[in-house]
Design a protein around this ligand. Structure first.
Ligand SMILES: [Zn+2]
Length: 308
């Protein structure tokens, strides 16, 4: 951890309690495709992170309508399917409320105003009065398309004078069939739903303090309801250096400074999940996750209801 504290510095942070923030220059050109904004023809403000990450405060003014359509239609739907289970369990509220997660095996996680109801016909032997082990099969989605949905917000946050360093990533985002310039694409998630921060939603951007190493040029961390999504982005120069030398590279967790300290006061260390997001295939991920409660709850045959 000390190593990362030396390597990275925070360059952007926005939390729910900071209020509404619009980034990017109005009346300029689209930072993704370069299209110039025409006089008198507006682009809608774009969500930096999708609304289903509980973002209704952080917007960008320099994403054109066609890029917004492309990202929304091609990537966000896959990202929503990838994250639906986590968001249903932890109660992340999108435009239409908390999503209901339904799995082919009958598992259903549904939120109402008074709490969450989990219906699990498969109830496993490990389940007891404080925990449930759930087997969830996601709706088919492309992990790589979801990955692009996570990379796109970083591009919105990078200072505009540095965007030229990320041409390869820009091309990847603009081409729905485009592959990643660097593989594998590893998504790290630190999950600690028991130790929530004051704010339910935060976005951090960390910049590498020194150039020329294999570690990502920027790492974005999206925090929502106890889950930290870590997404790295490499500069063109790094990509060229790494491919030329045919080196492997490491992705690790950057420091979360105050945030991680807050989480450590929870019952245990955050659980780390690492997902390889490289594949473009449509997959139904099976996730087995144990959901635990600090207080005892009665679990009936019908399922469990709990105020989370
Ligand atoms: Zn555009």
């Amino acid at each position: 951890m000390g190593f990362y504290e030396k390597l990275y510095r925070p360059v952007f942070c926005h939390s729910k309690s900071d209020g509404r923030l619009v980034i990017g220059k109005k009346n300029s050109h689209c930072r993704y495709c370069g299209q110039t904004k025409q006089e008198g023809r507006g682009w809608n403000l774009a969500h930096v992170l999708p609304a289903f990450f509980e973002n209704n405060e952080l917007f960008s003014a320099d994403e054109c309508s066609s890029c917004n359509d492309l990202f929304g239609c091609q990537y966000d739907d896959h990202l929503a399917k990838l994250t639906k289970f986590f968001h249903a369990v932890t109660g992340v509220r999108g435009r239409k409320g908390v999503p209901t997660a339904k799995s082919g095996n009958g598992l259903r996680i549904e939120h109402a105003l008074d709490g969450v109801t989990i219906t699990d016909p498969e109830r496993t032997a490990e389940s007891d009065d404080k925990s449930l082990t759930l087997r969830y099969r996601s709706e088919p989605h492309s992990r790589f398309a979801a990955w692009k949905g996570l990379v796109k917000p970083i591009f919105a946050l990078i200072p505009s004078e540095l965007l030229g360093e990320f041409e390869a990533t820009r091309r990847m985002l603009l081409n729905p069939q485009g592959r990643s310039p660097i593989e594998p694409c590893m998504l790290l998630i630190a999950a600690a739903p028991w130790g929530r921060l004051k704010d339910k939603y935060s976005v951090f951007l960390f910049e590498r303090a020194h150039a020329g190493e294999d570690y990502p040029r920027f790492i974005a961390v999206y925090y929502v309801a106890g889950m930290f999504y870590h997404v790295p982005i490499y500069s063109d120069k790094q990509i060229a250096d790494i491919s030329r030398a045919n080196r492997t590279f490491e992705v690790s967790i950057p420091p979360l400074t105050d945030s991680i300290e807050t989480l450590k006061t929870g019952p245990r260390e955050p659980k780390l999940l690492q997902i390889d997001m490289t594949s473009q295939d449509q997959v139904s991920d099976e996730q087995t996750i144990t959901v635990e409660w600090i207080e005892r709850h009665d679990i009936s045959e019908q399922g469990l209801s709990s105020p989370l």
